[in-house]
Design a protein around this ligand. Structure first.
Ligand SMILES: Cc1cc2nc3c(=O)[nH]c(=O)nc-3n(C[C@H](O)[C@H](O)[C@H](O)COP(=O)(O)OP(=O)(O)OC[C@H]3O[C@@H](n4cnc5c(N)ncnc54)[C@H](O)[C@@H]3O)c2cc1C
Length: 550
């Protein structure tokens, strides 16, 4: 990721320097740990924080001694902010990020489509926020340090890995010397070039897309609101596309596609970048001076592992999958991997899980990856049609969009949504014929809607499982006692949250008076019933903990 030739540092961000002392294993420690995480990128940190949230310690190794370089992922979806809330970092994130709901698509010089993502007064968070990835990493590092449960080892790089006796055995290089770790569970969150993947001889499989894009950050003062602008065949990049996003600190992301006849090396020369960006800034009608911050070349892939679990090793984030950035699903899906894996590993380490809980990680999160491939693959083909026929159709849609609503619908990029675990072995399906009005079906994530007292649904969830009880009357003491004893015999915490009818949150759940809804620690619904039956709640808890036969 180059910077301008006269600039070693970022124009706006002072990278923190992290240090850690000698590994305990170099001074007589045992070297055996329940969970080791390779990679303190956003996904590894999010996994460590989720484990700490469930009171499980971890060791986190990272080869570097700071946060990642450059802004990288900048668009964070609402469901990721909900993960941040559960990990206690949403406040810092919201204090810096720029919220947005709208976007405009242009064909040549004409605005042809206005995007408006659904956002009502009963939502806590906006559908999308822009914030540079290095800030997110910094907030996650500081939150991890504050838990006292995350042993962050900066400058410690995994060199070799082997599996022996159901354990992962790691050889780690650190500034003070080489040492060995034994991990009962190893989370591979070591990014796109994963060394863990390489050491296990595993390969990502899938497709590569044609388009090449130059991603540039510039500093420029502009009052233009925060929204997504997409230009197709614009005057500043004929025959190709340009995307523009605002970031905090007067930083703008300009993402332009290279035409097929352009040479990559020439296109990445600083002089060429300045010329292209200058033309785009002029097209945007901006008159203020601008400065180059950094740039990078990007190609879209849909690649993933066949299995995300290999014995004690669990892959998450870019180590498990590479997805196109169009539709903002790269980092957002990595964070969801960590949220899913974190609670499952915690239950496993604390002896609460059955043999099938960790097995559910691949179907749930690889299923999510394949869904992202379908969505993001469509967006990528729209940005860079791979055939002449697809380009003709794309251009026809764009030219018709200004005057025809049916064409505008084809331009609507489907918003990044949490994946539904409806098909997961952990999910209890609705009873046959139990027609619910609406609301999240088993497997879906709860909407973080408003409660009566101005708080929101996620504020009331327990650390582990939560039973939402709907209706005017709160659950009877006898039911509460029976539920408490069911939870105790299962070995998990079960919070009971009563939702009176008429609150926006109760209406969004669509269960109706007397009904109940069981929620997993990662706020996905795992079962719902028209009436409370404690035996069925117990059974659903056993299923969601992976204790039921397949
Ligand atoms: C130029 C660029 C632009 C992008 N733009 C977007 C975007 O707009 N939207 C989006 O959603 N996504 C975007 N992405 C993707 C997004 O940045 C990634 O999805 C995200 O960083 C994945 O996080 P991760 O934690 O899985 O991996 P990483 O962030 O890559 O973190 C991996 C960590 O592992 C560490 N590590 C690696 N090897 C070892 C080892 N042997 N030992 C110890 N530590 C090791 C690394 O130092 C690193 O800290 C972009 C990526 C790039 C490169």
């Amino acid at each position: 990721m180059p910077r301008p030739h006269d600039q070693a540092q970022s124009l706006y961000y002072d990278s923190p320097r992290y240090a850690s002392g000698p590994a305990p294993e170099l001074v007589g420690g045992t070297g055996r740990h329940a969970v080791v995480i390779v990679g303190a990128g956003p996904v590894g940190l999010c996994a460590a924080l989720t484990l700490a949230h469930h009171r499980v310690p971890s060791v986190v190794l990272d080869a570097k001694t700071s946060v990642g370089e450059g802004s990288r992922a900048i668009c964070i979806a609402r469901h990721s902010v909900e993960i941040f809330q559960q990990l206690g970092v949403a406040g810092r994130f919201l204090g810096k990020a720029l919220p947005w709901t709208d976007g405009t698509s242009y064909y040549r010089e004409q605005p042809v489509y206005r995007l408006r993502m659904p956002h009502g007064p009963d939502e806590r968070y906006y559908p999308m926020y822009n914030l540079q990835q290095q800030y997110i990493e910094q907030y996650l590092v500081e939150a991890a340090q504050a838990t006292g449960l995350v042993d962050l080892r900066w400058g410690h790089a995994l060199d070799t890995l082997r599996l022996a006796d159901d354990m992962a055995v790691l050889e780690v290089d650190s500034p003070e010397g080489r040492y060995r770790l034994h991990a009962e569970h190893l989370v591979a969150a070591d990014g796109a070039r994963s060394r863990v993947r390489h050491q296990l001889g595993l390969k990502l499989a899938g497709a590569a897309y044609e388009g090449r894009y130059v991603i540039v950050d510039v500093r420029m003062r502009s009052d233009y609101p925060t929204e997504r602008r997409a230009f197709f065949d614009p005057v500043a990049n004929r025959g190709a596309t340009v995307l523009v996003h605002k970031q905090p600190d007067d930083i703008w992301r300009i993402d332009y596609q290279l035409r097929d006849d352009e040479d990559e090396q020439d296109a990445l020369a600083e002089r060429e970048i300045r010329a292209r960006v200058g033309a785009i800034v002029a097209m945007l009608g901006e008159r203020a001076p601008w400065e180059l911050e950094w740039w990078s070349l990007y190609k879209a892939y849909t690649l993933c592992l066949d299995e995300y679990r290999h014995g004690p090793v669990l892959f998450a984030g870019d180590a498990a999958h590479l997805v196109p950035i169009f539709g903002v699903r790269g980092l957002n899906s990595g964070l969801a991997d960590a949220a899913d894996l974190g609670w499952k590993l915690a239950m496993h380490v604390r002896g609460r899980a059955g043999p099938r809980l960790l097995d559910s990680y691949t179907p749930e999160r690889r299923g999510a990856t394949l869904d992202v491939f379908a969505q993001a693959g469509r967006s990528t083909r729209f940005m860079t049609p791979p055939t002449r026929g697809e380009r003709l159709v794309r251009d026809a849609v764009l030219s018709l969009a200004a005057g025809h609503a049916c064409a505008r619908r084809l331009l609507d990029p489907r918003q990044s949504q949490p994946y539904s675990y409806a098909a997961s072995p952990l999910t209890t399906a609705d009873d046959e014929g139990s027609a619910f009005d609406d609301g999240p079906r088993p497997g879906m994530a709860l909407a973080n809607a408003r409660l009566d007292d101005g708080a929101f649904l996620l504020d009331g969830l327990g650390r582990e499982f939560t039973l939402l009880a709907f209706g005017d009357a709160a659950p009877r003491d006898a039911d509460r006692a029976a539920l408490a004893s069911a939870a105790e015999s299962t070995g998990v915490d079960l919070e009971i949250l009563h939702l009176p009818a008429g609150t926006p949150a109760a209406s969004r759940c669509g269960v109706g008076a007397g009904g109940v809804l069981l929620v997993r620690p990662d706020r996905h619904v795992c079962a719902r019933w028209r009436h409370l039956d404690v035996a069925r709640v117990s059974e659903a808890l056993d299923r969601v903990l992976g204790r039921m036969p397949a």
